[in-house]
Design a protein around this ligand. Structure first.
Ligand SMILES: O=C(O)c1ccccc1N[C@@H]1O[C@H](COP(=O)(O)O)[C@@H](O)[C@H]1O
Length: 225
């Protein structure tokens, strides 16, 4: 079975990009949302994206972004995927996908079983689905809050219409359990690999990828005696 693909989101420094690549993550996320402590200017995002090695999928996270905002980002920043993390309708997801010709991942917030119904509405239009915890009412951020939801809601689900990724409050300590419970093959984290909001920690990134992929961080001795 192919290994778990990991996305590390909210990178702000070149060292973060290197840590993500070195740890073996598949995706690097750049946040374009003014209220986020991980928000990047277009110029800073371009500089960061240019440090990414080939093969690392560079994802732009936007929240209810209009065409002018997306035009400005995509004119300057070399990106491979768009993550729509707001209230974008299925129609808007299809429009963005057609306009920019990049794969689109649509985030869907889950708090209880009723929320699962929305996922089907996006299955025909998005390239990937990102199943995240629903933010608390009145929260400044629609994601990146370090909150998880009851992963058992996803148990028994045999497939979605599209590849999907699990997010929301994952940490190096919890990701293996989340993978085991849900059967997910892709995971996404932001807060859980930070030493402070917006400051990624290279050790936590490596620990997260290792835990997600089920390999011990320190190789075990064949014969401890
Ligand atoms: O990371 C952010 O600042 C952010 C801002 C606005 C929307 C989403 C954001 N992050 C995404 O939220 C989830 C979960 O993050 P966490 O691990 O719970 O902190 C993840 O998909 C991030 O990409």
């Amino acid at each position: 079975m192919p290994e778990i693909a990991v996305k590390i989101c909210g990178l702000t420094r070149p060292a973060d990009v290197q840590a993500v690549a070195q740890a073996g993550a598949a995706y690097a996320g750049f946040v374009f949302f003014g209220k986020s402590p991980r928000n990047l200017s277009v110029a800073d995002a371009r500089a960061l994206a240019l440090t990414a090695p080939p093969g690392l999928c560079k994802v732009a996270l936007v929240v209810d972004a209009d065409d002018a905002t997306l035009d400005a980002i995509l004119a300057d920043v070399p990106l491979d995927m768009l993550q729509l993390h707001g209230h974008e309708s299925p129609w808007r997801v299809a429009e963005v996908r057609a306009r920019y010709g990049l794969p689109v991942m649509k985030a869907i917030g889950i708090a209880d079983a009723q929320d699962l119904a929305q996922i089907d509405a996006y299955g025909d239009v998005a390239d990937q689905l990102l199943i995240d915890a629903k933010p608390p009412k009145g929260a400044d951020l629609p994601g990146g809050n370090g909150l998880s939801f009851d992963w058992r809601l996803l148990q028994g689900r045999k497939y979605w219409q599209r590849p999907w990724m699990l997010a929301g409050g994952l940490t190096p300590d919890t990701v293996a359990q989340a993978v085991g419970l849900t059967g997910v093959r892709q995971v996404d984290v932001s807060s859980g690999v930070e030493s402070a909001p917006g400051i990624k920690d290279a050790t936590l990134i490596a620990d997260f990828v290792t835990a997600a992929q089920g390999t011990p961080a320190v190789p075990r001795l064949a014969n401890p005696n």
